[in-house]
Design a protein around this ligand. Structure first.
Ligand code: PMV
Length: 338
């Protein structure tokens, strides 16, 4: 099945809706997986092998302004700069928008602003595709529900399907070949004391995309067959931790899940290592702090940067150990998901 088939199924006649002549705006938060998505059962539709669970980062994310462009080409802007149409950023955006041009062959002007470092493993593509789908929904007045929007965002980037809500979100893997049952769902829990600390180690673009890295892991690592069971156990533990506000269980499970994902990459062939020496130094410092009784854990995505997990009562102490840490309280910032 192709992406276009899924879009036709969701939008039907609405794919031919006339566009709103005005500029529309949308915001989506970035999300950090506490139980990771690593491996696809369908590469075209970004359908995952397992379910996953994330937390959105409040006002950290992407704002997108979208309107039609009269000329016969798209214009893409990123943080105030016009992007060359041959850049990776533009090519990804253009091929996603190709799915929505309909028989009018619309061209678009997309102005994206993000307050997170791009391509540094901080899920900028997740908030980017989610914000774009929200903006398209407004521009064409599709009036889709959040699950349909989540499916469309997934076609841009898997983890984007979790970026349509604040707070905790679970992405159910689904079993249908069309992926119509594979979308994000909000978990209605508030954990006001929970903090996420962003620790930037390196802001350069990652040497290998998550798409390529996850496929290589699936294709070459005999231990990958154990990953779905690990995820099943971790999902149960994380949901219990959220329910009972059991921070030690949450931290331990999220850290172990991330380390397992990275060990699967290390034992793929050729091996993949996103960690830099500074990443390793920070993880060892975190383990040393835990030995001293400080409740701090980490998670790491497809990049060298770390996200620390701790409770607000320890925020000042953790900040004193990591002065450059940017602390986010996901349940304190009200995010404008209009
Ligand atoms: O959605 P993608 O293709 O950028 O992959 C995201 C992969 C991880 O960030 C490492 C894990 C996750 O669940 O977000």
């Amino acid at each position: 099945m192709k992406k276009q088939d899924v879009i036709n199924q969701i939008l039907g006649d609405r794919l031919e809706n006339l566009a709103n002549p005005l500029l529309v705006k949308a915001f989506a938060p970035t999300n950090i997986a506490l139980c990771k998505y690593w491996g696809k059962r369908d590469q075209e539709l970004n359908l995952p092998v397992t379910s996953s669970l994330s937390i959105s980062l409040g006002s950290k994310g992407t704002s997108t302004e979208l309107c039609l462009n009269e000329q016969a080409q798209d214009i893409f802007m990123l943080n105030g700069e016009v992007m060359s149409l041959s850049s990776n950023f533009s090519r990804r955006l253009e091929s996603f928008l190709d799915l929505f041009r309909g028989r009018h062959s619309w061209h678009f002007r997309v102005e994206t602003k993000t307050n997170i470092p791009l391509a540094a493993g901080l899920a900028s593509s997740a908030s980017g595709f989610a914000a774009l789908v929200l903006a398209l929904n407004k521009l064409f007045d599709w009036q889709l529900d959040s699950h349909q929007l989540s499916i469309l965002a997934r076609l841009g980037s898997g983890s984007a399907c979790r970026s349509l809500w604040p707070g905790f979100v679970e992405w159910s893997k689904g079993i249908e070949r069309s992926g119509m049952d594979s979308y994000g769902k909000e978990i209605s829990a508030v954990w006001a004391e929970l903090c996420i600390g962003l620790l930037m180690v390196n802001e350069n673009e990652k040497p290998i995309s998550s798409r390529e890295a996850m496929q290589r892991t699936v294709d070459t690592n005999m231990f990958y067959s154990l990953w779905p069971e690990k995820v099943n156990q971790d999902l149960v533990a994380i949901k219990k931790a959220i329910d009972e506000k059991d921070f030690l269980l949450l931290g331990k499970t999220a850290e172990s899940n991330a380390l397992t994902m990275h060990s699967l990459m290390l034992s793929a062939w050729p091996p993949i290592q996103y960690a830099l020496p500074e990443t390793v130094a920070v993880t060892q410092k975190i383990w040393a702090l835990r030995q001293q009784g400080i409740a701090v854990y980490f998670t790491q995505d497809a990049g060298p940067n770390l996200k620390l997990l701790f409770l607000s009562a320890d925020a000042a102490l953790i900040q004193s150990h990591f002065p450059t840490l940017e602390i986010i309280k996901p349940f304190e910032t009200s995010s404008s998901l209009e």
